[in-house]
Design a protein around this ligand. Sequence first.
Ligand code: PLP
Length: 392
Amino acid sequence: MKGFEHIEKELEEMKEQGLFRSLIPLESDQKAKVTIDGKELIQLSSNNYLGLTTHPRLKLAAVRAADEFGAGTGSVRTIAGTFTMHEEFEKMLAEFKHTEATLVLQSGFTANQAVLASLLSKEDVVISDELNHASIIDGIRLTKAARKIYKHVDMESLEEALKASKDYRTRLVVTDGVFSMDGNIAPLKEIVELCEKYDALIMVDDAHASGVLGRNGRGTVDHFDLNGRVHIQVGTLSKAVGVLGGYIASTQAVRDYIIQKGRPFLFSTSHPPTVTAACQEAIQVLLDEPELIEKLWENTRYLKAGLEKLGFDTGKSETPITPVIVGDEKKAHELSDTLKKYGVFAQGIAFPTVAKGQARVRTIVTAEHTKELLDEALAAFEKAGKELNIIS
Ligand SMILES: *Cc1c(COP(=O)(O)O)cnc(C)c1O
């Protein structure tokens, strides 16, 4: 069809520069081994930290909910699409997170947009870590508040921004709890102390910490013992929780306000019963089976130590997100392709997702990986790394 010449040209350029991405469909469920192109591969690219995507209790909860309440809700939450299960789940989640209230949105992405676009106005300022997630950046694009960016996890830079923001009505400092490309944890205790000193509010996006850090996977606030000192927590139900959705955990007033003003909440249909029921069951599994989180961390230590012993650079990771940094963009993709040949699915990540010269293959182990699978994966890394002269 005519009319798209400008994007066709851009796509060609992306292909020439090696920046064009193709989707890689799974032919199986999302587990420690997946089928791609008819071949079984060890999955090291998912966010399915605890293996909950296929947990029998979640699947059963979803099937039962579909049977009793149907496949969809037929409305947005504010008109006719709030079911009792939505509110029951939000209460359960608030109790789990030790906050007054929670509100669930379609995704973590929309949760960030809803909070950041609606909570602040012209008299306010938002102060954001330079490496925060794209959904925070987009949320900030939608706010009328002033914006300041501080250097990644740099407390001096944050303090400067806070000092320079004294004249605003409300200062909101926003950070990822765990940074998704390097797997480092935000220095939340220091951030909280600075915010208290300068009377600023704090918002933490715990997408990669939900189900991973803190008691029973409550997140970074619980991990650092900061319950009651962080104003807004955003979390996702799409990663370790294994289903889909995002939530805001905060005060009742914040919940009420987002219900009135949060555009993704107001203008997009609510989660189907299967999603809500499976999420509810997932939180119950976090409470009942803390051994899943222990296994996740045991596997994390094992794979990280194995990669480091082989001579790979795993950067500053402190979580199950373990990058294998190779630097060169082309080489990162070659490593990923070679790993695939040897039975491992670990995606290459390059500019613009990470800085130029910082290209990498990112791995995320799950609680479902066995020692044997991790040994197989390490053997594949060794072969591929030597073949490409990344390690000797
Ligand atoms: C993945 C992610 C999100 C988006 O969550 P979804 O539920 O997948 O939309 C938001 N913030 C961060 C930091 C993330 O890593």
